[in-house]
Design a binder for this molecule. Structure first.
Ligand code: ACM
Length: 535
């Protein structure tokens, strides 16, 4: 039953030929009409509602990016066959209908996000279009579609490896291509601090020096105007960006810049924590969060809160902390950590922003409607259960299978494993929320997310290699219901996407030939780093 809408069986002579919809993630319904629409540079995009103008511009930019085809947007409907964007009533959030026929293309949606999703499917079908006499023949699929989850996320660690604006925008293009709609931006950690803060300029000037593999690398960070440019670029692709300012642990780079707020660390993790015993620490961090909040209209701030105990050694002998414990009856350092996070969470709520945090923070009692917890410790399913039992909205990003710094094939050596386990393309695809979450708590699951930590990334080829094609599998796992997923069919649909990666200079992992070393791809400043290529 489930393939009825995805596969159209054509009779060609006596042979039966199956047409499987190549769009990833798989649309809910897709019917092939055995026809095509020929698009060329004279095909106008017609926008009925001004609200969809931005989506029309996205179509322009994608057609140019994918095949160098420059289209124009027209505000009156002439006689030419068009790509038409139409706002209609009654479709759910993010849902769309896309109809491609001999006469033209129509995308219908009730909201901008839905129109965008229709445009993204169109961009994919266009990317796979065959050349025709005057332009490109886009296969005539009729699609009705909507996502399972509202949160389809990717986390990117730019503290350990600074990707830079151009590559980041390119990655945002690919996220949009697969309808991933949340970019969780890990901007601060041990190796470096990557966001300009006007009130504390040393955070980026001093804290921005180095990365995981080269502690002396000259300072690299995003200025506030670059942040606004990227946030805007992503918003026009239906992607909200959530900044993460990790605390009270993973604060090393910040503490290099402003040591007066450091709570110390140990030999393995020097200056790892902020100092909860210094009353000024709270105002300092709140001032930082005010600036960060002003830059990110998503209204979501991620405060980390993970792995604090990695570096609390010096808290034992900290006089300020002892005083704090006495004043507030805090029995142990865990209670101090929780006190710190509750106070910082308050700073977030006072900005009318939502608080996001890693799953350690499910142990404290925060306002449920204003807090989202990210379950990452796959080996602690009880922490997921605590999170859900306390009523938090939850994003699932368990290490297995959603840490993309893990290797993806048994023959690969650079990258993490967990007791021999790794994150194959298939595991990313088949992950089932339903296996982890009981039916009565399903509504608390906002969606799923992959996290790319960048200890093993030294150039953008390596970055691509870890992301592609797992990004496509993630997208389908987040978009489609269990009953609509089929790994074997996904593998077939992926093949043309791999050809597209090759055309678009993406350095990808080939699941059909796991030990293939692709030709190096040049992305600007990486030329000199190519020797560092590794699987
Ligand atoms: C994490 O991996 N420390 C969230």
């Amino acid at each position: 039953m489930k393939k009825l809408f995805h596969v159209c069986v054509l009779m060609i002579g006596l042979q039966v030929q199956a047409q499987v919809c190549p769009v990833i993630p798989m649309p809910k319904e897709a019917i092939y009409l055995d026809a095509a629409f020929a698009v060329d540079k004279n095909t106008p995009i017609y926008v009925q509602s001004p609200r969809f103008k931005g989506v029309a511009q996205y179509i322009q930019q994608e057609f140019l990016r994918l095949k160098g085809l420059p289209l124009a947007i027209k505000s009156n409907l002439g006689k030419m066959p068009t790509i038409k964007l139409e706002q209609i009533k009654g479709l759910p959030e993010e849902a769309y209908e896309l109809a491609i026929g001999n006469e033209g293309i129509v995308i219908k949606a009730s909201d901008e996000a839905g129109a965008f999703n229709g445009a993204s499917s169109l961009a994919q079908l266009f990317s796979l279009a065959a050349p025709s006499s005057s332009g490109w023949a886009i296969a005539a699929w009729n699609i009705k579609d909507q996502p399972r989850y509202a949160w389809r996320g990717l986390m990117l660690d730019e503290s350990r490896y600074f990707i830079g604006k151009d590559k980041l925008k390119s990655l945002i293009d690919w996220m949009a291509f697969y309808k991933l709609n949340k970019l969780h931006w890990h901007l601060t950690d041990e190796p470096a601090w990557r966001i300009e803060i006007k009130k504390y300029p040393k955070l980026s000037l001093v804290g921005g020096v180095g990365d995981y593999n080269d502690p002396k690398r000259p300072a690299a960070y995003y200025t506030q105007s670059e942040i606004s440019e990227i946030v805007d670029y992503a918003a026009r692709r239906n992607i909200a960006i959530i900044p993460e300012i990790d605390m009270p642990g993973h604060a090393t780079a910040a503490n290099m810049a402003y040591p007066q707020y450091s709570g110390g660390g140990n030999a393995q993790h020097p200056e790892f924590t902020f100092d909860p015993g210094n009353p000024d620490t709270y105002a300092y961090l709140s001032n930082i969060l005010r600036e960060v909040n002003a830059l990110f209209p998503s209204g979501m701030l991620h405060l980390g809160g993970d792995e604090v105990s990695f570096g609390t050694d010096k808290w034992q002998s900290n006089e300020g902390i002892k005083k704090l414990q006495q004043e507030h009856g805090l029995q142990d350092l865990k209670a101090v950590e929780h006190y710190f996070m509750e106070r910082m969470a308050d700073s977030v709520y006072q900005l009318d922003a939502k608080l996001m945090a890693w799953d350690e923070m499910a142990d404290i009692n925060l306002p449920k409607d204003e807090t989202i917890i990210f379950w990452w410790r796959h080996d602690k399913p009880e922490q997921l259960q605590t999170t859900l039992d306390k009523g938090y909205q939850t994003v699932l990003c368990p290490r297995l299978p959603y840490y993309f710094d893990f290797v993806q094939d048994s023959g690969h050596h650079a990258g993490r494993k967990w007791g021999g386990l790794y994150n194959s393309l298939q595991d990313v695809y088949v992950f089932s929320v339903d296996k982890w979450v009981r039916a009565s708590q399903q509504t608390q699951i906002l969606g799923i997310q992959a996290n790319l930590w960048t200890e093993t990334v030294t150039n953008t080829n390596r970055l691509d290699y870890l992301l592609f094609p797992r990004l496509a599998a993630l997208a389908e796992a987040a978009w489609s219901s269990e009953s609509e997923k089929d790994y074997k069919v996904f593998e077939e649909r992926l093949k043309p996407h791999l050809r597209l990666y090759r055309d678009q200079n993406i350095y990808f992992y080939n699941p059909f030939n796991p030990n293939e070393i692709p030709e190096p791809v040049y992305f600007k400043r990486d030329r000199k780093d190519l020797n560092a290529m590794q699987n």
